[in-house]
Ligand binder design. Structure first.
Ligand code: DC
Length: 221
C-alpha cells in the first residue's frame, strides 16, 4: 500500500504524513530531505548551484538513510543542518535539473523498500509513485502557512517577520510550480485538502478516514 502526500511549503503535509504513517504503522519517507541533503552537499563543497554538471555529479553519489527519523548522510547526522530556509531554497533551486530529479527518484525508490509507505513531497503522486493506491494534495492559504512557519521558527528561538516568511514561501511556490521537470501540481486522482481552517488533528483524522474508506471500496471491488 503506497500513500502519497504532495503539497505546498508549510501546508502541514510533513506533519500530517508523519502522523498518518505512525497511526497506520507504515514507513514514512520525506522526499524533501533527499533534495535538502543534496543542497547541504552543494553548500559544503562550495559548488555553484548554477553548475548543473557539478550538482548532478553530487546527486549521483548521494546516499541518505533514515534512522529512527534522523537523516543520515554518508554516516553524518544532518537532521538539524538541513532544516533551515537557506537549505530549503537551495534544495528548490537544485531540484530543477532533470538528471538530479532522476537520481533523487531512484534514491526515493530505494528508501521505499517496505510494502506499506507514506511518501511526502512535491512530485510523489505524479512521478515517484504514479500508481499509488491513495493520493493527497495538501494546501492552505499563504497567510496561514506563513503564520504556522513563524510559530514553528519562534519555537526554535528564531524571530522572523511574517511578511518576510510570506515572501519566501511565495517564491518557493513559484519555483516549484513553474519548473520544467515534474513541477508541483495536483496529481490525477488525488484528494485535495485545504487545511487553512483545520488543526493538525482534524487533518490527520480526515486523511485516515479517506484511506480506510478507499480500502473498504477496493475490498468491495
Ligand atoms: O518539502 P521540503 O521543503 O523539504 O522540500 C525542499 C525542496 O525540495 C522543495 O522546495 C523542492 C524540492 N523537492 C522536490 O522538488 N520534489 C520533492 N518530491 C520534494 C522536494
Amino acid at each position: 500500500m503506497i500513500i502519497t502526500v504532495d503539497g505546498t511549503a508549510g501546508s502541514g503535509k510533513s506533519t500530517t504524513a508523519k502522523l498518518v504513517a505512525q497511526r497506520l504503522g507504515y514507513k514514512y519517507i520525506d522526499s524533501g530531505a533527499t533534495y535538502r541533503a543534496l543542497a547541504f552537499l552543494v553548500k559544503k563543497n562550495g559548488i555553484d548551484p548554477k553548475d548543473e554538471n557539478e550538482v548532478v555529479g553530487l546527486s549521483e553519489k548521494l546516499e541518505l538513510n533514515f534512522n529512527e527519523g534522523r537523516a543520515i548522510l554518508d554516516g553524518e547526522d544532518v537532521t538539524e543542518q538541513i532544516r533551515n530556509e537557506e537549505i530549503g531554497k537551495l534544495a528548490s533551486f537544485c531540484s530543477i535539473y532533470k538528471r538530479v530529479r532522476e537520481n533523487m527518484v531512484a534514491l526515493q525508490h530505494r528508501l521505499a523498500d517496505e510494502e506499506n509507505v507514506v511518501c511526502e513531497g512535491r512530485d510523489i503522486g505524479t512521478v515517484v509513485f504514479p500508481d499509488a493506491e491513495v493520493k493527497f494534495y495538501i494546501d492552505a492559504s499563504i497567510k496561514e502557512r506563513a503564520k504556522r512557519r513563524r510559530k514553528e521558527l519562534l519555537e526554535r528561538g528564531i524571530h522572523k517577520k511574517t511578511s518576510d516568511i510570506e515572501k519566501d514561501i511565495g517564491e518557493r511556490d513559484l519555483q516549484d510550480k513553474t519548473r520544467v521537470h515534474s513541477p508541483l501540481c495536483v496529481p490525477e486522482g488525488a484528494v485535495v485538502i485545504n487545511t487553512t481552517n483545520l488543526s493538525i488533528e482534524e487533518e490527520v483524522e480526515e486523511v485516515i478516514k479517506i484511506i480506510k474508506d478507499s480500502k473498504i471500496q477496493r475490498f468491495k471491488d
